[in-house]
Design a protein around this ligand. Structure first.
Ligand SMILES: [Ca+2]
Ligand SMILES: [Ca+2]
Length: 252
């Protein structure tokens, strides 16, 4: 019984040795397979390769980590700068777009105001030609009263600056078949004709033999026009009761 007991003990010790060897082998294999932390060696590698080699590896990994951090920092700064520039560009674009829209809106509003003004004027009997509106009366008054009526309408007696405007006035007053006052007078100084805005007469459309200041009949200081061809301007007494034509500029 004692011999058998020793045999069992010896067998158990051998088994334990084998087990220890197997455990060591497994541990070494496991240690070799464990991935290293970024900046350290494991115990086995430190024992196997030596402290110096491990320190070199640690330093290399630290340097790599430092370089990586610098690179990331540069990328972050570059990204921040790019985002800043993008914000500036967007703000500039938005500002320009807003200014353009405001300009277009003002232009549209101005156009609508002009159209409303023109529509109202036409309903009141005005007619548009080039940059002016014209109104012909349906009643007869003296030259001074005619001018007062034009002033109340925000206008003045017509000033004719070109042949085209004279032809328009001819067509406009053709329905009256009568003399019509225009904004031309020599009341201040006989023979010196001036428009109602104070400007001097440069191009005239007088009928033959006019102006004659009335000849022997008396003083004629206010100009009229007629629509018949070749009969246009004549000077008449300002107290005569006649039709008249007002003119006012279109709003700009
Ligand atoms: Ca005269
Ligand atoms: Ca005359």
């Amino acid at each position: 019984m004692r011999a058998n007991f020793h045999i069992k003990i010896r067998i158990s010790e051998e088994a334990r040795m084998d087990v220890r060897e197997d455990v060591n082998k497994i541990s070494i294999r496991a240690a070799e397979k464990i991935p290293l932390p970024d900046n350290s060696c494991n115990v086995y590698e430190e024992m196997k390769g030596g402290r110096v080699e491990c320190q070199i590896r640690r330093n290399n990994k630290k340097q790599q980590s430092s370089a990586h951090e610098k690179l990331m920092s540069r990328c972050l700064r570059l990204t921040t700068v790019c985002l800043g520039l993008l914000c500036v560009l967007l703000m500039t674009a938005v500002t320009l777009l807003y200014a353009r829209l405001t300009e277009q809106s003002n232009l549209l509003q101005n156009t609508n105001t002009k159209l409303s003004y023109l529509e109202k004027a036409i309903q009141e009997g005005w007619r548009a030609f080039n940059s002016s509106l014209y109104f012909i009366s349906n009643e007869k008054r003296s030259w001074t009263e005619s001018r007062e009526d034009c002033t109340e309408r925000g206008a003045d007696l017509v000033i004719i600056n070109s042949r085209e405007e004279q032809e328009f006035v001819d067509s406009f007053c053709s329905s009256k078949d009568a003399s019509v006052f225009i904004g031309l007078t020599d009341a201040e100084s006989e023979g010196i004709w001036k428009w109602v805005d104070g400007s001097a007469l440069t191009t005239a459309y007088w009928m033959n033999g006019q102006p004659n200041n009335g000849g022997w009949k008396g003083r004629q200081d206010c100009a009229v026009t007629r629509s018949e061809a070749g009969k246009r301007w004549n000077d008449k007494p300002c107290q005569d009761l006649l039709y008249w034509i007002c003119e006012k500029k279109l709003i700009s």
